[in-house]
Write a protein that binds this ligand. Structure first.
Ligand SMILES: Nc1nc2c(ncn2[C@@H]2O[C@H](COP(=O)(O)OP(=O)(O)OP(=O)(O)O)[C@@H](O)[C@H]2O)c(=O)[nH]1
Length: 357
């Protein structure tokens, strides 16, 4: 998952390390030259016998070594400056954009890394790699965790039944994610019922029915062409009558540009007042997924995103960008075709994984 991005972040670390190493080598050389000069000055008035003594210290390397250390201490070690970061940051920007990170998000990451690294000196305990890793870690967590909340806690605290509506374009894994979610909830002790608000597409009932059977959940559905809000309403009534905790409502995968979507979701909101509306899209869609998330959120406010097919996504751009662009968190990652392949999204864990060697 997100291996391409991981590799590119590793390259940035190496680039900065190289720059700092070069600078340290220059500083060492300068310190050596200064030390040699001052040793020469000291040696000048001395007797000829002093010369071999200096030579022997040079030979075992002890005196220049100590001098080098002293010089490094005196200069406060190498300080990272804007110039040192120019090339690595440019490469990082290219890498982020190539990984489908949205432009404003990439800029925010760069600004934050720049701000955190410039003026930093490599202390005895830090390696350059550690400094860069800390800066990248903080910058990434900052953009990824926008609006993050604990989904399970929200479900636990909400009045039952809790209605969660899923929206998004066709074929991104919406229906599969609903079935996965019912499993995820079941593992945590919450019962659920599925309601098929996708009354638009022929075959939608059969498709979700199959998923419902596979995970052993009840499905509420109406004839094709029916009113999606009415189906979800029936789902809520069923849940109330049968003490079911959560209603998972599917909707037709309309194009986000369609006015119908707004009308449909507005009606669902009016009729059942869902606790959450989750936008579903596929991580592999990269920038397109980010753009759709933004448009769906503008059209019908979403509470969070489920990013499917993360297992097949090497770039990671959608996962990095969506929360920052919409102001709503990524809540789950779909990580495979099995019903157990739904992972709660944890920004800290993701960033640690991205930055691990
Ligand atoms: N690799 C992988 N495949 C997934 C994941 N989630 C869903 N899929 C697959 O994506 C395909 C489409 O999934 P659906 O659930 O039918 O998509 P949908 O958005 O409900 O589609 P419509 O009902 O046509 O709108 C199926 O083959 C799923 O098995 C995932 O996390 N990883």
């Amino acid at each position: 998952m997100f291996d391409g991005l991981k590799e590119k972040l590793g390259s940035f670390r190496e680039d900065v390390e190289e720059e700092v190493e070069e600078k340290e080598a220059d500083a060492d050389a300068a310190a050596d030259a200064e030390a040699a000069e001052s040793a020469d000055d000291e040696a000048e008035p001395s007797t000829p016998a002093a010369a071999p003594e200096r030579e022997s210290s040079d030979e075992d390397g002890e005196k220049p070594g100590r001098l080098r250390q002293a010089a490094a201490m005196a200069t406060g070690r190498v300080i990272i400056e804007e110039d040192d970061l120019e090339e690595p940051l440019w490469s990082l920007e290219m890498a982020l954009l190539e990984s489908d990170v949205e432009m404003s998000v990439a800029e925010e990451i760069l600004d934050s890394v720049r701000e955190k690294l410039i003026g930093e000196s490599r202390k005895q305990v830090d390696t350059t790699a550690e400094l860069v890793e800390d800066a990248l870690h903080d910058a990434l967590v900052e953009v990824i965790s926008v609006g993050q909340f604990d989904f399970e806690q929200r479900v636990a605290e909400a009045e039952k039944p809790v209605t969660v509506v899923f929206t998004g374009v066709n074929g991104v894994g919406k229906t599969t994610s609903i079935a996965k979610m019912s499993e995820w909830l079941g593992e945590r002790g919450y019962s659920s019922v599925l309601a098929n608000g996708d009354t638009y597409r022929a075959g939608a009932n059969e498709q979700i029915q199959k998923h419902a059977e596979n995970v052993g959940r009840k499905l509420i559905s109406h004839e094709q062409g029916g009113d999606p809000a009415a189906v979800i309403y029936d789902g809520v009534e069923y849940a109330e009558a049968n003490d079911v905790d959560v209603v998972l409502g599917d909707t037709a995968g309309r194009l986000h540009t369609s006015n119908d979507l707004m009308t449909q979701l507005e009606k669902i909101h009016r009729v059942v007042d869902p606790e959450m509306t989750l936008f579903v899209d596929e991580a592999v869609a990269g920038q397109d997924a980010v753009e759709r998330a933004k448009e769906f959120n503008d059209a019908a406010e979403i509470d969070g995103t489920v990013l499917t097919k993360a297992d097949a996504d090497s770039s990671g751009g959608a996962a990095i960008s969506i929360a920052h662009v919409t102001g709503k968190p990524v809540l789950f990652l779909g990580t495979g075709q099995g019903y157990e392949d739904l992972q709660e999204f944890d920004p800290e864990e993701l960033v640690e994984d991205l930055l691990s060697e």
